[in-house]
Design a protein around this ligand. Structure first.
Ligand code: PGA
Length: 242
């Protein structure tokens, strides 16, 4: 079974030449399989130019964020309409780095979900507990976050990425069985919300070395990959294993 894979570049790489190099390694390693890449805003248009030039059909572009306002006077913000006009299909919403390093609130996240819905962009909503806590506590936290962030969402397509915050960027992925239990709890909640298609991904130090352990669980629909997605050797392995 081929899973969804989203590569989150965060604030990388430093220039367009590098961005094109990484992107080309995805195209090569994917051998036509679908993937989603979330580059920094400034690389979105040049990557679309490459996609059009080469008629790539298996690539979709996500943005790493969107403004919670539809338009108006907000220096530095990027609106959903702007993203839509470029051809962006997905938006990462509520990534923990935005929530905890940049102070994004649950209310802002919920508004961003609504903005995505109005503009027919599929949100990739990131949720996850901050500290290593017991399984029940982790589930409770994540379900609470989801209920809050989805309170005004009535879109027809949603991706949720379960990313325990402590596992991000540090090489310490969550225990796969435990992650699967949280994924199942998320799916149980989403099943009650009718009328939209959803997928649940795992993210947090996903790498070619631990991917097999997660792939065993059929409920995990795919992966949100950060650091490993910037390394061309790892990229090859990741595409082989998903
Ligand atoms: P990581 O990042 O794979 O480097 O842990 C994942 C993410 O932040 O989405």
């Amino acid at each position: 079974m081929k899973r969804t894979v989203v590569f989150n570049w965060k604030m990388n790489p430093a220039n367009l030449k590098e961005a094109e190099k990484i992107f080309n390694s995805y195209v090569k390693s994917s051998a036509g399989d679908d993937f989603i890449v979330a580059p920094p805003f400034v690389f979105i248009k040049p990557l679309f130019d490459l996609i059009k030039q080469h008629h790539y059909k298996n690539v979709r572009i996500a943005s790493q964020d969107v403004s919670f306002e539809e338009d108006g006077l907000l220096t530095g913000e990027i609106s959903a309409k702007m993203l839509k006009s470029l051809g962006v299909s997905h938006v990462i919403v509520g990534h923990s780095e935005r929530r905890y390093k940049l102070g994004e609130s649950n209310e802002q996240v919920a508004k961003k979900m609504e903005v995505c819905q109005k503009n027919k962009l599929t949100p990739i909503l990131c949720v996850g507990e901050r500290e290593r806590v017991g399984l029940d506590e982790a589930k409770e936290f994540v379900i609470g976050q989801l209920k809050n962030n989805l309170s005004g969402f009535a879109g027809n397509s949603l991706v949720v990425a379960y990313e325990p915050v402590w596992s991000i960027g540090g090489g310490k992925s969550a225990n796969p069985d435990r992650a699967n239990q949280v994924v199942l709890a998320i799916k149980q909640l989403l099943a009650k919300k009718k009328g939209f298609k959803s997928e649940v991904l795992y993210g947090g130090s996903v790498d070619c070395d631990n991917l097999d352990d997660f792939v065993k669980y059929s409920s995990v629909d795919g992966f949100l990959v950060g650091s490993a997605g910037l390394d061309s050797e790892k990229i090859k392995e990741i595409f082989k294993k998903i």
